[in-house]
Unconditional design. Structure first.
Length: 299
């Protein structure tokens, strides 16, 4: 597809952005539907966010995805924020309607869709979540609305975790905060789902991992890492070695990206094609270690 004077530009704002697969995914969708659009990434530092959002209007960008560390702060610079995004307190998608910037959160629905794709039923489940930033807020609110029975939150900043917990209690959640110590591992032992909603383990720092020990992870646990690059983080490798089922962040990426695409274009996103577009860099999987070994024997 040729870039011309009429091409509508969409973008990603964040820091970092070089790891992102969103340009690959969204440009594949634009090509498939023969839309005169393109998607690019912009490195936006924290002190440049206000100027960057103003540029969406001035440059007439069609829309923007917002990633770390801007998902919470960006609300202050928008003309309108969707009710669910307000409840979450974080925006990851902006739609430019003739200079009127509307904020949405597609992370929450994208996360639930990725869990649903592998047959995980959230209702009545106990969850331990690491992180309290914009992505964590989206995941936590989504889990509450999907009927999770309890959420335990751990974060380096306990004050930030407490703030998120307070917000969740306002919508009826049974939630508690624990540090990365004994109470964390006690919560993990009783949990059905463990979610890493921090950037720890993301490329290029892919050897990093949250404070997890494989001998402290019960094998009944589903471990979800929202990081998708690399597709197998150190956390997921440790969890798989402990006998847990694991799921990476590619599924959430694809589903939230499809919802953003539909907000921008009014067209149904080619979900299968979005998955294929990122498949060379990361595969959405929920794998039981025994099934993995079986597949290896079949090769």
């Amino acid at each position: 597809m040729l870039i011309s004077g009429s091409t509508k530009v969409f973008a990603l704002f964040g820091d970092p952005v070089t790891h992102s697969l969103s340009p690959i995914m969204q440009n594949a969708a634009f090509r498939a539907l023969q839309l005169d659009c393109c998607y690019v990434s912009f490195l936006v530092r924290q002190d440049g966010l206000a100027v960057a959002v103003k540029a969406v209007r001035e440059l007439n960008l069609g829309g923007v995805n917002i990633t770390i560390p801007h998902k919470e702060r960006v609300l202050a610079y928008l003309d309108q924020v969707d009710e669910r995004a307000l409840q979450i307190g974080a925006v990851n998608t902006i739609v430019n309607q003739d200079g009127h910037l509307c904020g949405y959160n597609t992370d929450a629905s994208g996360f639930l869709a990725s869990l649903g794709s592998v047959g995980f039923e959230t209702k009545g489940k106990r969850v331990v979540m690491m992180g309290a930033g914009g992505a964590a807020r989206a995941v936590a609110v989504a889990l509450v609305h999907a009927g999770a029975s309890r959420i335990d939150i751990s974060n380096r900043s306990l004050n930030r975790a407490e703030s998120l917990a307070d917000d969740l209690r306002k919508i009826g959640a049974d939630v508690d905060v624990c540090d990365y110590g004994v109470c964390f591992f006690e919560a993990v032992q009783n949990a059905d789902l463990l979610v890493n909603a921090t950037p720890v383990g993301m490329y290029p720092n892919h050897e990093d991992a949250p404070l997890i020990m494989r001998d402290r992870l019960p094998p009944h646990l589903l471990v979800c890492d929202l990081v998708y690059n690399p597709p197998q983080t150190r956390l997921l490798k440790e969890a798989a070695a402990a006998g847990c089922s694991v799921i990476n962040g590619v599924g959430t990426l694809v589903h939230q990206g499809a919802l953003a695409f539909e907000l921008w274009t009014g067209r149904k996103a080619p979900l299968d094609l979005l998955q294929i577009a990122v498949d060379t860099r990361g595969r959405f999987s929920c794998v039981n270690p025994d099934q993995t070994r079986d597949r290896r024997r079949d090769r």
